[in-house]
Write a protein that binds this ligand. Structure first.
Ligand code: FEO
Length: 389
């Protein structure tokens, strides 16, 4: 595959990774991903914005084979899926000047072994003329790392926002033609890495509202030629209050906890509350993360294993806490064989969210009429709290 022109003198030289199935050895990538790198040519200078994952260095270098000179390598973000091919680019173009935020400079040295003298820090708002093409650098700390920046091509009004506004999708369509699919993939990506940094993300959205943007060219997934689509989606995920919705991660070993889940789902729906149950023995963590973006309440349903919660629920609770969603309320329900402290353990894992907790509902053995009545009371309490959202 050759370089593909996206605007006059602006080309996509990224790589598709169709069969990548996990990110961070944790988060499923149902649609693979892409590592987007862009060449911007002025009348005097040429700049490369980002590189690709080290596993795809060869793809990038083949696309650059016919490019005799690149003057600037703009490293917007040091995470290796974008910076991993920086050493290969420097080897091919030894005179290239690496540009990054001041914060990124030391990280590029430490993560990639690039000599410090090759790197020139750029300030927030600084511009770089390539000759009839002007790049503006926009510092954007905490998209999910502290060193990130965006780049804005003034003449074409193209924003290159790195991970921000991107999606893990491998597709030969450079533009986001299937908006429904891209919306879902972008929400999943936001949930997985950006949701914990909502206040910073809000700041980035505010900063970008002062720019006229005709094309958003992120570092993963297709580009957006209708910028309002993805910017409005982000505004809703970040700013809207939580919705009348319960996320319900559960595991059942012998059926007792499942019967409680089944009853609670019905009781909530009967009261007009939406529910998204996830069987954590088989659901992927990305789906759970995505559901947490909008929900007001999380209910963990767990059997008791060795006096504690089932390990899959421990993972779900740990991740829910780490992702810092807008959740306001929580509950733990489940069953046990002879005893244990599963509820206390789960609640202890969500300390930073400062949730308002409902009373746990636990049963020894199989659920009884009393158990179901307690679940009905829990559903009543959830509905009542959600009325105040
Ligand atoms: Fe796609 Fe934070 O790297």
């Amino acid at each position: 595959m050759k370089e593909q022109e996206i605007r006059p003198q602006v080309g996509w030289v990224g790589a598709l990774h169709w069969d990548r199935r996990l990110f961070d050895s944790l988060i499923p990538l149902p649609d693979g991903t892409s590592y987007n790198a862009y060449l911007v040519r002025g009348t005097k200078k040429v700049a490369l914005i980002d590189t690709v994952d080290p596993s795809k260095t060869e793809v990038l270098m083949k696309k650059l084979a016919s490019v005799p000179t690149i003057d600037y390598l703009i490293v917007q973000h040091v995470e290796q899926d974008h910076s991993g091919s920086v050493p290969a680019v420097i080897e091919r173009y030894p005179q290239i000047k690496v540009l990054s935020t001041p914060k990124a400079k030391g990280m590029i040295v430490d993560h990639l072994g690039v000599p410090e003298e090759c790197i020139t820090p750029v300030q927030d708002g600084e511009t770089l003329s390539l000759g009839e093409r002007t790049l503006e650098f926009i510092h954007a700390p905490w998209v999910h790392w502290p060193e990130t920046m965006f780049t804005y091509l003034r003449e074409e009004k193209i924003l290159f926002p790195c991970d921000f506004l991107g999606s893990h999708v491998a597709t030969t369509d450079l533009l986001s033609s299937d908006q429904r699919h891209v919306y879902s993939a972008a929400k999943r990506y936001y949930a997985e890495i950006m949701m914990p940094f909502r206040s910073a993300i809000q700041g980035h959205l505010e900063k970008l509202s002062h720019y006229e943007i005709s094309l958003i060219a992120p570092s993963h997934g297709p580009m957006h030629d209708r910028p309002g689509f993805i910017l409005d989606a982000y505004r809703s995920w970040v700013l809207d209050p939580p919705k009348n919705r319960v996320v319900l991660p559960y595991v059942s070993m012998h059926g007792s906890t499942w019967r409680m889940v089944e009853h609670l789902v019905g009781a909530l729906v009967d009261r007009g509350v939406s529910v998204e149950p996830f069987d954590m023995a088989s659901s992927d963590l990305g789906s759970l993360a995505m559901a947490l973006v909008d929900a007001a309440t999380v209910v963990f349903a767990t059997p008791t294993v060795l006096a504690g919660s089932h390990p899959h629920i421990v993972t779900a609770a740990y991740l829910s806490n780490a992702l810092q969603p807008k959740l306001r309320f929580g509950a733990v329900v489940g069953s046990y064989g002879w005893g244990g402290k599963a509820a206390e353990q789960v609640m202890g894992l969500l300390g930073t969210l400062k949730l308002e907790w409902f009373d746990p509902v636990f049963v020894r053995g199989v659920p009884t009429a009393e158990t179901f009545a307690a679940l009905d009371r829990l559903a009543d309490a959830i509905r009542q709290k959600h009325e105040g959202l």
